[in-house]
Ligand binder design. Structure first.
Ligand code: SF4
Length: 202
């Protein structure tokens, strides 16, 4: 499948997820705290290259793929390359530098569920939401047990792998996923005509 078709399919999946999350949030009132980027600062976030293919394609069209690839390779920490903290004092206050192109894991975390050993759905969210929105959180846990519709991690990752099994089934550290997504786009266009929207830099 062409890069463009895979990018479009991943974007459609994200669009479907956004609608499901909006519904879930309107029922539960759970939300991220403005300016909080704590979950992005975890050094052990894993992702698939495919969920960052729309991001990589966008960076490629901007003519920045080689430069960003080098930056990622040189990055000294395991924190996501796209994260920007607001202050040097507290790196948990910040945000994603490319929020519209963030990955599937970034979209799911906080507002999706995994299954425990007994097959029961468990909301995967952060300590900050659990503590600061404890009443809504507790109500949500009960509602999920009573059948409230919630996005499920494994369902979305299965749908992702159906788009491209090779890139959608590799779970790797997030910066490696960014790197592999960029390399996929660069390899794809190494011997093909450049897309019309490609911006030549320099
Ligand atoms: S891609 Fe953006 S939202 Fe996802 S972990 Fe990185 S900084 Fe956070």
């Amino acid at each position: 499948m062409s890069i463009q078709r895979r990018v479009r399919s991943v974007e459609l999946l994200f669009h479907q997820l956004e609608k499901e999350i909006a519904q879930f949030q309107s029922h539960t009132k759970l939300h991220c705290i403005a300016g909080c980027g704590k979950c992005c600062t975890k050094p052990d976030v894993d992702a698939t290259p495919l969920e960052f293919l729309p991001w990589a394609y966008h960076i490629f069209l901007e003519g920045m793929a080689m430069q960003v690839l080098e930056e990622i390779k040189k990055q000294p920490t395991a924190i996501c390359h796209l994260y920007r903290s607001l202050t040097l004092m507290d790196n948990t206050k910040g945000s994603c530098s490319d929020y519209p192109h963030r990955g599937l894991i970034c979209r799911l975390f906080g507002f999706a569920a995994g299954r425990d050993k007994l097959g029961l759905l468990r909301l995967a969210t952060c300590k900050i939401i659990k503590e600061n929105q404890s009443e809504d959180y507790e109500r949500t846990v009960v509602a999920i047990n009573n059948g409230l519709s919630i996005p499920i991690f494994s369902d979305y990752y299965q749908k992702l792998a159906q788009i491209d099994f090779r890139l959608g089934n590799q779970i790797v550290p997030i910066n490696r996923a960014l790197q592999l997504a960029l390399e996929e786009v660069l390899h794809y266009y190494a011997y093909r005509p450049l897309p019309l929207k490609f911006k030549k830099v320099g």
